[in-house]
Structure formats: structure tokens, C-alpha cells
Design a protein around this ligand. Structure first.
Ligand code: GDP
Length: 590
């Protein structure tokens, strides 16, 4: 005798399943399933994918109930293991990771050089000959990690990609020059990144240095010095003479102390790529900072869609190291390709890394298939209606400081109860890559007045789907922005009849509710259109169309003469013979 176990209930783990896997799940032969599918009008083979709803119809026909419990994505599994906290794990204090920003020639490089020369970890003063993009110093027995790439774009890119690379930002302002366009740009980047700011008022050795004026200017840009009740600590320094450098280090450690930066050195490492390049002899070389855990030679690693095994690691002092703990910068060899700066790095089991990368590639493909996701003036109105936007974020660039001020003052007056202009950043000069990245991070439209955008920058904007609008006449800017802001208020809809269907059969699905097998008698039905269900002349209810299918293909619309499955958004007690009238929402033109 053979013992047959009958399956009464099965769990599917994805929205689609092959007939073969489905057959194993419900314990029915493939041939019988294929036969049932055929009766439903679905021509399937053993390797065909069927969707959950179709699977449910078939299962119910066998007297089996099924339910959907979607598996975690590999990305989720990766994050879970990277962010998990074991019970009783030992968290230790980790050094702060610091980025230096500011206007050109205000002394960023000099400051980084001065720190590097004074005291280098491992007592190798002056021993660093070649930069790996970051280095560590020691002060009062504590370490500080500096990112050695003062470019703003790199900084924001790290933020934009969700990698919390920097703990503290130092804003360098030359005391003899004051707050300049790139200082303002830096302030806006730091604010967007929500990182604590320490102001280093540099060049204090110069006779014309005027720190009080700098503080005044900073306050005008919403960076309020501590002594005036704000939270920006200002430290007067001279990168040239070394004055104030110890105070600056002390301040960094103090701010770090308040942030309570902790990590678990016993975990598998996570980190962030600072810079990476292809070396003729060594292959892909990446500088990274370990953020949590410890990275070891031999670890399997991945970043973005690149992967590999750590073949060798070089510390900031140029010497090979076997392992690197939290906040340590290292150069690593062993990636199969050059990873992107700002991307997160994970030490991870090879199998999981392969699965995550495959999933990421699939997602990138899907994403490419979709169109623009950035903010443009045209889709601003739609975004407001969806309730996702209340500010129109604008980055304003113009040829002169005068035009910037004039435009800014005008644009800020454009508002109504539901939306207003928010100037994320403004400055004189052509649009830069930094502006694009800031626009992407903050969902801004860039307005460029009376100047040309360099073609390289324009192509970056294109890639990141950021809109740059160029203007030559102020009132045109004002008109466009006013239209975008006001458009939404004046939008009114009317419902316009578009078609009608007759319900011929009702399918009941345990999880997905009811599907009306219908015939479109007039006009058309569209996904998301309004549906009024009637029995004779009596109105049973009003809802919208959640999905439309011809056999198993999801359709955006179905026209007269076709049979389709209609799923309504609300549960209305439909039955055979009922009719549905369809209406579309149309904007009433004033
Ligand atoms: P960066 O463009 O912000 O990296 O600025 P640099 O570090 O290259 O400095 C620009 C110029 O300012 C160089 O000529 C430096 O020698 C000078 N400089 C930097 N810091 C100081 C300082 O504290 N005092 C004086 N007098 N000059 C400085």
C-alpha cells in the first residue's frame, strides 16, 4: 500500500511561481495543473510562470487553500546581518570620521597637511608619502580619521547613497576673506547631510583677519556660533603657524564624545568606499573606511555590484596590514572591478554576495525600464496631488551675485496655502556637479540664469534625472515657478463617462477578494478609473478599478468587445448580471 498525504494548505513565497514548483507545493501532478489552467484559458507548460491569483484559482479547485508569505529580499538579509546586534556584544568607542570642506584657497589642503604632519598614528610622523584618501591621527590618546578628499561632490555622494560616511564636518573659512560662494555651498551640503559642523576660522596669522565678521556672515547663513546661542563651535586657527590646531582637535573629540560613536569590532566588516581606481599593475584598488566590524585579509567582500576577496590591505602609513577595525582607513586589493566612491562595502558570505548582486542587477534593469523619477516643473503638480511634496525645492544659480539676490527675493514671495518655493542652495556661477548631486539628494529643480551649463555637467544631470532650467529673463522664471506653485490650487476634476461592462462570472479569491469576469460592452475600462456598480438601475456602490487582466496579463486599459477580469478596490457585493459604468477624472480647464 502507498501512503498518500494530502496537502490542505500551501504557502507560496513569491507573487509568481513556475508550474513545476507549484505542483510540488500543492502535491498535484503537473499534468493536472496544466489541464486546469487550460480550462481557465491559460496555456502553460511545466516551466511557465503563473501569478498568485491564477495559482489560487487552481488550488481552490483542488480544494487546497494557499497563502502568500513573501520571502525577504537578499538585500534585506544583507542589511539584517550587517545591522544585527547580538546579545551581549561588546560595543567599543570608535574614532570620529571627519570631512573638511570650504571655499577654494581657504586652506582645506593646508589644514589636512598640517594635521597629517603633526602626529600620525604609529609614530610615523611625515611618513605618509602617498595618500589613500583618508588618514588617522592620534591626539590625547584618541584617534581621529580624516577624509582626505576635500571635494564636495564626493562628500554628498556618500550621503546621497545612504552611506553614513562622515560623523563631523569641518567648515574652513579664511578669516581674511569671509563666507564665499563655495562656503555657502558647503554649508548647504552639510545641512542636507545633517552632520554636526565645526567652523575652523583659518589664516588667523594674517593681520587683516576678522573672525567677528566671519561669525556675523555665518549667522546670516543660519550657522549660528555657539557663543551666540547656536550649535556651531568656531575655532580660530592658522594652518600655517599651527595656532589653534590642538583646540580644533579637542573640539572634534568633544563633538565626537557627544555623538557616542560606537562599533563592534568582532563583526564582519561594513564600510564605505572613499575612492577607487584601476591600477595598471595591481588591478582595481579601493580606499575605504571600515565603519563597523573588522576587515581581514581573505574576507569575501562586495560593494555595489562589484565583489571579490581581500587579497591585500595597505594602511594609511603605506604598510601592509592584516586587519582593520572600526573607523580605520585602508586601501584594499581584490575587487573584480572598480567600485564607486560613496558605495557601501560589506564583508559577506560569498553565496549571499552573489545573490545580492544578482538582485541589484535585476533591480537596476527594472529601474531603467521606468522613466524619470526626478522632479521637473511639469511633474511637480502631480507630485503635489499625490501629497508627496509641499515645497518646490529649488537650487538657484545665476551669473552675478546681484541676479542671485534679486531672483531669490522674488521667488521666495511665490507661495500659496499648499506649496511654496524652498531655496535649498543659491550661488553665483555656472551649475556644478555638486549642485546636481545636491539637487538629486534633496529633490530639487535647478534654475540657471543668464549662463550656460557646461556639457559635462549637463550630462551628469541627465544621468541623474535632474532638471536644469535655463533662463535669460527674470519674469519668465517667475512665470514658470508661479505656474508650478499655483497650478495645484486651481486644479478641479470632473468625472467623464468612458465605458461600461457586464459582469458574467464572479471569481472568489480567499486573499485577493473578488474578481469580476466581465465583458466590455461600450467604450473602455482603465486601471484606476472610477467604477460605479449597478444592478438594473440601482447603484450598488462606487469605487475604483484596482486591476484589469486579460487572461493573466495585467492591462492598463481594455476596450469594447473584450473579456477581462476586473478587480475593484472596495469590496462590493457583485454578482453575475451586474453592470459597471466607468468614469475618468479629467482636469477642468479654467
Ligand atoms: P584649499 O584650496 O582650501 O585647499 O586651500 P590651500 O590649503 O591650498 O591654501 C590656499 C593658500 O592659502 C595657500 O597658498 C596656503 O599656503 C595659504 N594658507 C593656508 N592656510 C593658511 C594660514 O593659516 N595662514 C596663511 N597666511 N596662509 C594660509
Amino acid at each position: 500500500t502507498t501512503v498518500t498525504t494530502t496537502i490542505k494548505n500551501a504557502v507560496l513565497t513569491s507573487k509568481e511561481i513556475t508550474v513545476k514548483d507549484f505542483s510540488e507545493k500543492i502535491g498535484k501532478p503537473v499534468t493536472e495543473i496544466v489541464k486546469k489552467l487550460m480550462l481557465l484559458g491559460v496555456m502553460a507548460t511545466i516551466n511557465s510562470n503563473i501569478d498568485y491569483e491564477t495559482a489560487e484559482l487552481v488550488a481552490n479547485d483542488f480544494g487546497i487553500t494557499i497563502e502568500l508569505k513573501i520571502d525577504k529580499t537578499y538585500e534585506e538579509k544583507l542589511l539584517e546581518s550587517a545591522e544585527s546586534h547580538e546579545e551581549g556584544e561588546t560595543l567599543v568607542k570608535r574614532p570620529p570620521i571627519v570631512a573638511v570642506m570650504g571655499h577654494v584657497d581657504h586652506g582645506k589642503t593646508s589644514l589636512l597637511d598640517a594635521f597629517r604632519k603633526t602626529n600620525v598614528v604609529a609614530g610615523e610622523a611625515g611618513g605618509i608619502t602617498q595618500s589613500i584618501g583618508a588618514y588617522q591621527i592620534e591626539f590625547n590618546g584618541e584617534k581621529i580619521t580624516f577624509i582626505d578628499t576635500p571635494g564636495h561632490a564626493a562628500f554628498t555622494q556618500m550621503r546621497a547613497r545612504g552611506a553614513k560616511a562622515t560623523d563631523i564636518a569641518i567648515l574652513v573659512v579664511a578669516a581674511d576673506d569671509g563666507v564665499m560662494p563655495q562656503t555657502v555651498e558647503a554649508i548647504n551640503h552639510i545641512k542636507a547631510a545633517n552632520v554636526p559642523i565645526i567652523v575652523a576660522i583659518n589664516k588667523m596669522d594674517k593681520p587683516e583677519a576678522n573672525p567677528e565678521r566671519i561669525k556675523q556672515q555665518l549667522a546670516e547663513h543660519n550657522v549660528l556660533p555657539e557663543e551666540w546661542g547656536g550649535d556651531a563651535i568656531c575655532v580660530p586657527i592658522s594652518a600655517k603657524t599651527g595656532m589653534g590646531l590642538d583646540e580644533l582637535k579637542q573640539t572634534i573629540l568633544l563633538v565626537a564624545e557627544m555623538q557616542e560613536l560606537k562599533a563592534n569590532p568582532d563583526k564582519m566588516a561594513t564600510g564605505v568606499i572613499i575612492e577607487a581606481e584601476l591600477d595598471k599593475n595591481r588591478g582595481p584598488v579601493a580606499s575605504m573606511i571600515v565603519q563597523n566590524g573588522t576587515l581581514h585579509v581573505g574576507d569575501s567582500i562586495m560593494s555595489g555590484i562589484t565583489y571579490g576577496k581581500v587579497r591585500a590591505m595597505i594602511g594609511a602609513n603605506g604598510k601592509p596590514v592584516k586587519s582593520a577595525g572600526p573607523s580605520t582607513p585602508v586601501e584594499i586589493l581584490g575587487f573584480n572591478e572598480v567600485p564607486s566612491s560613496g558605495d557601501q562595502v560589506y564583508a559577506v558570505e560569498e553565496t549571499l554576495s552573489k545573490q545580492v548582486i544578482q538582485e541589484r542587477i535585476d533591480n537596476i534593469k527594472k529601474e531603467r525600464a521606468k522613466h524619470s523619477s526626478g522632479v521637473t516643473l511639469d511633474n511637480f503638480m502631480n507630485r503635489v496631488q499625490e501629497g508627496t511634496l509641499k515645497n518646490l525645492n529649488v537650487i538657484l544659480k545665476a551669473d552675478t551675485v546681484g541676479s542671485v539676490e534679486a531672483l531669490k527675493n522674488t521667488l521666495l514671495t511665490i507661495r500659496n496655502e499648499e506649496a511654496k518655493v524652498n531655496i535649498v542652495h543659491s550661488g553665483a556661477g555656472a551649475v556644478t556637479e555638486g549642485d546636481i548631486i545636491l539637487a538629486q539628494t534633496t529633490g530639487s529643480v535647478i534654475i540657471s540664469f543668464n549662463q550656460k551649463t557646461p556639457s559635462k555637467v549637463a550630462s551628469v544631470a541627465d544621468n541623474l534625472k535632474v532638471q536644469i532650467k535655463e533662463y535669460k529673463i527674470i519674469y519668465e522664471v517667475v512665470d514658470d515657478i508661479t505656474d508650478a506653485i499655483n497650478g495645484m490650487l486651481s486644479v478641479k476634476y470632473q468625472e467623464v463617462y468612458i465605458g461600461n461592462a457586464e459582469i458574467r462570472v464572479v471569481f472568489k479569491l480567499s486573499t485577493a477578494g473578488k474578481v469580476a469576469g466581465s465583458y466590455i460592452k461600450d467604450g473602455k475600462a482603465t486601471r484606476n478609473c472610477i467604477a460605479v456598480v449597478k444592478r438594473g438601475n440601482e447603484e450598488l456602490g462606487k469605487t475604483t478599478v484596482e486591476s484589469l487582466k486579460i487572461v493573466k496579463d495585467e492591462k492598463a486599459e481594455v476596450t469594447k468587445g473584450y473579456e477581462c477580469g476586473i478587480k475593484l478596490r472596495d469590496n462590493i457585493d457583485i454578482k453575475e448580471g451586474d453592470t459597471i459604468d466607468f468614469y475618468a477624472k479629467e482636469v477642468v480647464k479654467r
